[in-house]
Design a protein. Structure first.
Length: 346
């Protein structure tokens, strides 16, 4: 907002000794008057609501989600720098930095925090119980203990989840369509994540229906991956399924490189893996979830309490196939599977 100068009347009666000081006094008076009005104008300028957006994965992954979120804000007539401000942070897969970022944004007293993944939720939950937290995508908030129910989460956390009971079975169905003779499949998952514990159990149940035996590759930290993945290639598994969360996504490129170098067909739990060279994924459309996250921010800024806003599930799912990778590992994708793909990378 431009400073507004308020006209005032100045009265001055000259004396014999005042002429030499008149110019200087007038200049100083005017400068003080201008500064006072500028300060007054700035004080009257409305403070923009501030959103803290925190990404946990790689720059390219977080960028697609952030852009979708900004698009959602734009659709609701929010424009960055005009009627809203965004404090952007990304830990680039280094999840140990989340507590530092959480403390920083909480100290800055942002109005709403938008983030994704179990690790980020835990970090912000420890840092604040008052600032609203909108989750762009994560596992089941009820199972992880962050929400009392989907309909009425309570507390300061709400948002969108990427879980669906059909996902596990659908992924295995596609794997069987691509590899009809498959009998043993390795599943890589984060055993420290309570939501992934449930996902693995659902995958086990679905496997029975397809006559598949599962090899569990449990990881809990970044250093676990190499050993677990080597087990997959030495114990007879003919395909790999990767359950998506912040930990596995942080190691996405390493996982993809391993699968491709060992010619192990892999099904991933998010499209980000395919975008860095993975074979195929079946998952919720994450950008759509982040676009929808903007509606939560809008409602909260207008006075709604996060605990009263129902947690929503995905409505859009997509099958993405990378034909370049299929060729690289010597695999032919059946035409009926290609016909079902929402996106094919050639």
């Amino acid at each position: 907002m431009a400073a507004v100068l308020r006209p005032i009347k100045l009265s001055w009666t000259p004396t014999a000794n005042s002429d030499k000081n008149y110019g200087m006094k007038t200049v100083l008076l005017l400068i003080g008057f201008i500064l006072l009005n500028i300060h007054f104008a700035e004080a009257q300028q409305p403070k923009l609501p501030r959103i803290g957006f925190v990404g946990t994965a790689s720059t390219s992954t977080v960028a697609s989600r952030f852009n979708a979120f900004r698009q959602g804000l734009h659709e609701l007539d929010y424009n960055e720098g005009k009627n809203i401000a965004i404090e952007y942070r990304s830990v680039e897969g280094k999840l140990e930095r989340l507590h530092q970022v959480a403390a920083e944004l909480v100290s800055q007293k942002v109005d709403v925090i938008v983030t994704h993944g179990e690790a980020a939720i835990r970090a912000f939950k420890r840092a604040t119980t008052s600032i609203p937290i909108v989750v762009g995508v994560t596992g089941d908030l009820v199972v992880s203990g962050h929400a009392a129910s989907l309909a009425r989460p309570g507390g300061n956390i709400t948002g969108l989840v990427d879980t669906s009971p059909e996902l596990s079975g659908k992924r295995l169905e596609i794997v069987k369509d691509v590899l009809p003779q498959a009998s043993r499949i390795a599943v890589l998952w984060n055993a420290a994540n309570p939501v992934k514990v449930l996902d693995f159990k659902e995958t086990e149940l679905a496997a029975h229906g397809y006559g598949l035996k599962l090899q569990s590759l449990e990881v809990r930290a970044r250093d676990d991956f190499e050993k677990r993945l080597n087990n997959a290639s030495t114990q007879g598994s003919v395909a790999l399924v990767v359950l998506h969360d912040a930990l596995t996504t942080a190691k996405a490129r390493s996982i993809v490189d391993f699968a491709n170098s060992t010619r192990l067909p892999a099904m991933y739990g998010s499209t980000e893996f395919v975008e860095v060279g993975g074979l195929m994924s079946y998952a919720a459309n994450f950008p759509d979830l982040f676009r929808r996250a903007a509606t939560y921010v809008d409602k909260i800024l207008k006075g709604a309490k996060p605990g009263d806003l129902p947690v929503e599930q995905p409505t859009k799912f997509e099958l993405v196939i990378n034909l370049n990778t299929a060729k690289q590992i010597g695999l032919t994708i059946p035409p009926n599977v290609l016909a079902r793909a929402n996106k094919v990378i050639k």
